[in-house]
Design a protein around this ligand. Structure first.
Ligand code: SAM
Length: 171
């Protein structure tokens, strides 16, 4: 199980970025996202993607992050530009264990730096939780996310030009 914990989501300001964090989590190999703020709209959007494109990615919003962290049985990483360098950090992680990946929005309280087993940096420049999560998941899964079969009602067939889309039930 790979889960993402999105903290500090502000409904008005962060809705697009948090949606992108969830989409990246789903596409790049995570099983679940916890969003601390209650936001039914984001949940519905992501569920709609899952019903069309497949997989059983789970979304929970309005959660108590302390409860999730306390009851988490696996490793916990926090993505921050101050952390351990990405490749070195990935080498330290046991991929056989469940993993909770914390990403921030606004300023991240010290608690999260302390509760993480590893603070991990994706480069040491400030950029984006979307980019940081994508790169982290790519390295952590050793790019296995690319071969995941979502078994969706809609399937895209890669092609050089145009769009090739297969829909289940249609020929
Ligand atoms: N100003 C915030 C702070 O002081 O923590 C950071 C805001 S940043 C836009 C939002 C999130 O992106 C961070 O909490 C972190 O998870 C992620 N992030 C940004 N740059 C990163 C980097 N170089 N490495 C890893 N994560 C990064």
């Amino acid at each position: 199980m790979i889960a993402v914990l999105r903290i500090g989501h502000r409904i008005d300001r962060d809705k697009r970025v948090t949606t992108h964090v969830a989409l990246v989590a789903r596409a790049f190999g995570a099983d679940k996202i916890f969003i601390t703020t209650k936001d039914e709209k984001i949940k519905k959007n992501i569920q709609s993607v899952c019903s069309r494109f497949g997989g059983d990615f789970q979304v929970e919003t309005g959660i108590d992050h302390k409860k999730i962290i306390k009851s988490w049985q696996g490793s916990i990483v926090h993505l921050t530009m101050y952390g351990m360098e990405l490749d070195e950090a990935v080498d330290h992680l046991d991929t056989g264990r469940d993993l909770l990946i914390i990403v921030g929005a606004e300023k991240v309280p010290r608690y999260f730096y302390e509760v993480a087993n590893l603070n991990v940096s994706v480069g040491n420049q400030p950029h984006s939780e979307v980019a940081a999560l994508a790169l982290f998941l790519d390295r952590y899964t050793k790019a296995a996310w690319q071969r995941k079969d979502f078994n969706g009602n809609i399937q895209i067939v890669p092609c050089v030009k145009g769009k090739t889309v297969l829909s289940k039930g249609k020929t």
